[in-house]
Each structure stands twice: as structure tokens, then as C-alpha cells.
Design a protein around this ligand. Structure first.
Ligand SMILES: CC(C)(COP(=O)(O)OP(=O)(O)OC[C@H]1O[C@@H](n2cnc3c(N)ncnc32)[C@H](O)[C@@H]1OP(=O)(O)O)[C@@H](O)C(=O)NCCC(=O)NCCS
Length: 306
């Protein structure tokens, strides 16, 4: 196989690979498929990631046939590089496709002297081993919660509602400063991208302290390729819970997934009170420097971040 950068002409093949490989893995391991819409729904990854980080998708191509047998996106940011979504074709499983893609991105991170971060399923020993063998260390565990949001929405106390509003482009510098304090990372272009919302699929909220300063942020995406809440961060569980309710209410009648830190029982129980159920477990993993969050981190797979 040879490695090369994804081009526009590859998008359909990459979307088909992401769709096939992910659904195949889950269905052959006794779980439901992740992508419930057709293969084109996975075009979302190509669209969003190429807009955010052009040229940051590496493909593995079978030299004999030219078939795309592996793909992995990466997202260089000020403080780190995020990695995901990683896929290998099922008929090439266990033949080192993912390991070669990962090595390419590790080389990129080492060249830039940046740590690598990703979110991987705790139920998937193939990806766990891939990352573990290559120097990643699980640093935090998240519960995936799922909820079909009722048409009337979820309860949101007035005291909280009045402290929140839609995020605005002018909030970006404050969001960068706050996330650096809470999560010890910065990713300015992500916030700008969510808030500008040129694709019309994002929504994002901020929580304001008594002094009017931003204390928390939460985004969500609604697209056939991904129905997720996150990324987000807040100083407290109560702020995170309020932001979560506001984003859920922006998505009435839809079924969404989000990740909650397992070591935040107040927030976990607030999710159960909304009727949310556990559907998976994910690990935040880092290769290189890591500092635990000083607050609440709500990671996501779109774009993958932790
Ligand atoms: C996870 C996935 C990308 C792995 O792709 P792959 O090409 O089959 O993986 P590789 O052949 O490169 O193997 C990766 C490494 O894990 C090792 N490995 C796999 N399962 C293992 C296990 N149970 N115990 C120990 N090591 C294991 C392999 O030996 C290999 O290590 P090596 O390179 O040192 O020999 C692939 O299964 C996939 O696409 N799954 C569906 C999508 C998905 O889950 N993506 C990850 C999202 S977090």
C-alpha cells in the first residue's frame, strides 16, 4: 500500500469507506450500526474537515488496484494535534493499514513538537491496541449518553436560561482563554467555525457569569452524518448541565449523543434525570503532554477533540 493526501475526487470513496468500516466493525461486534443513513452521510467528515483543515486527511491506497483501503483525518491546533476519524477497510483488517496511517500522523506531530490527542471507543480493542502500542495513554473516561429530545424540550430553569445566549463571533477570544484555563488546549478556528455556521448545521451556546464573562461553551451538530452535542467546556457541573439543556432544546424531536466525564457524578445524574441512557464508553487518549481538565470537558467526534 502507499500513503497519499486525500483529494476532492476521493471524497465519495472515503465516505463509503468510513461508512462501511465503522458500521461493519460495530455490527460484527454485536452492536448497532453507527451510520443509519446511506454512505453519502459520511461525506460530512470530508466537507467539515477539509473546510477546517485542508490537506489533513491521509489515505492508504492498495498499489495494485488503486482502492482506498484506509483513511485518517488530523487537526493541527495551537497546542496539539487531534486525530480522527480513523478507518481501515474490513477486508484489509489486521494488515497494518491503520498502523501506517497512524505512524504518518505521529511523524507530523513529532515534527511540530505537539502532543496528539484523540477520543477512542473503550469497547473497541482493535483501536485501543492500535493507539496503546503507539504510545497513547488513556487519560479520561467518558460515558456516551443518548436521548430522543421530546418535542416540548427538556426542563430549563429560568435562572439558568437568563444566564445563557447563542455564542457570537465576538466571544471567540474569551472562549480561547477559558478553554486554555479549563482544558489546557486552544483551538481558535474550531470555535469560529461553529459560531459562523456557514453550513447551517451547528448551534452553540455560552454561559455567562454574574459579571457577564463567559464561563462555559457548548456546540452541537445536526446532520445525517452526525447528531452530537459537543464540544464544550464549563467551570462547573451546573453550568455544563444548563448548557446541555439549552443545546438539547435547540434540537427538539431529534436523537442526540454526547460524552460526559465519568468522574462528574452530578452531571452524569443530571443526564439520567433528563431520561438519557448510556450507549458506549470512550477514552480521551494523549500521546505526549497531558494536563487533566480544571473543570468540565465535553468532547466530541465532530471534529474529534478531547
Ligand atoms: C480500528 C481499526 C482502524 C484498526 O485497523 P487495522 O488496519 O485493522 O489495524 P492494524 O492492522 O494496523 O493493527 C493495529 C495494531 O493493533 C494490534 N492489535 C489489534 N487487535 C489487538 C488486540 N486485541 N490485542 C493486541 N493488539 C492488537 C495489531 O497487532 C497492530 O499492532 P502492530 O502494528 O504492532 O502489529 C479498524 O478495525 C477499523 O477501521 N475499525 C472501524 C472503525 C473504528 O473503529 N475506528 C477507530 C475509531 S476510535
Amino acid at each position: 500500500m502507499k500513503l497519499r493526501t486525500m483529494q476532492r475526487a476521493d471524497w465519495s470513496a472515503v465516505a463509503a469507506l468510513i461508512h462501511l468500516s465503522t458500521n461493519y466493525w460495530y455490527e460484527t461486534h454485536g452492536r448497532s450500526k453507527i451510520f443509519t443513513a446511506g454512505p453519502d452521510s459520511a461525506l460530512l467528515f470530508c466537507r467539515v474537515y477539509e473546510e477546517l483543515d485542508p490537506g489533513c486527511c491521509v489515505l492508504a491506497e492498495a498499489e495494485a488496484s488503486g482502492q482506498i483501503i484506509g483513511s485518517c483525518f488530523f487537526h493541527p491546533r495551537e497546542t496539539h494535534i487531534s486525530l480522527g476519524i480513523m478507518n481501515a477497510h474490513p477486508s484489509w483488517a489486521g494488515r497494518g493499514v491503520a498502523a501506517q496511517l497512524l505512524r504518518h500522523i505521529i511523524n507530523e506531530a513529532e515534527h511540530r513538537h505537539l502532543p496528539l490527542r484523540l477520543v477512542s471507543s473503550a469497547l473497541n480493542l482493535d483501536s485501543f491496541s492500535l493507539y496503546s502500542r503507539n504510545g497513547f495513554v488513556p487519560r479520561a473516561t467518558y460515558q456516551d449518553m443518548i436521548l430522543s429530545v421530546p418535542e416540548e424540550g427538556v426542563p430549563l430553569p429560568v435562572a439558568d436560561a437568563t444566564r445563557m445566549r447563542d455564542a457570537q463571533p465576538a466571544d471567540v477570544p474569551a472562549l480561547c482563554a477559558l478553554e486554555l484555563e479549563i482544558n489546557h488546549i486552544s483551538r481558535e478556528k474550531d470555535y469560529r467555525y461553529f459560531i459562523e455556521n456557514r453550513a447551517g448545521i451547528w448551534h452553540s451556546s455560552v454561559f455567562l457569569g454574574a459579571d457577564g464573562k463567559v464561563e462555559g461553551f457548548l456546540a452541537s451538530v445536526s446532520d445525517p452524518g452526525s447528531m452530537m452535542i459537543g464540544p464544550g467546556f464549563a467551570r462547573t457541573d451546573a453550568q455544563a448541565s444548563a448548557l446541555l439543556r439549552r443545546e438539547l432544546n435547540a434540537r427538539r424531536g431529534q436523537t442526540l449523543v454526547w460524552l460526559v466525564p465519568v468522574d462528574r457524578p452530578a452531571l452524569v445524574h443530571a443526564c439520567y434525570e433528563l431520561g438519557a441512557r448510556n450507549c458506549e464508553l470512550h477514552l480521551a487518549q494523549a500521546r505526549g503532554a497531558w494536563q487533566s481538565p480544571d473543570g468540565v470537558n465535553l468532547p466530541t467526534f465532530m471534529p474529534e477533540t478531547c
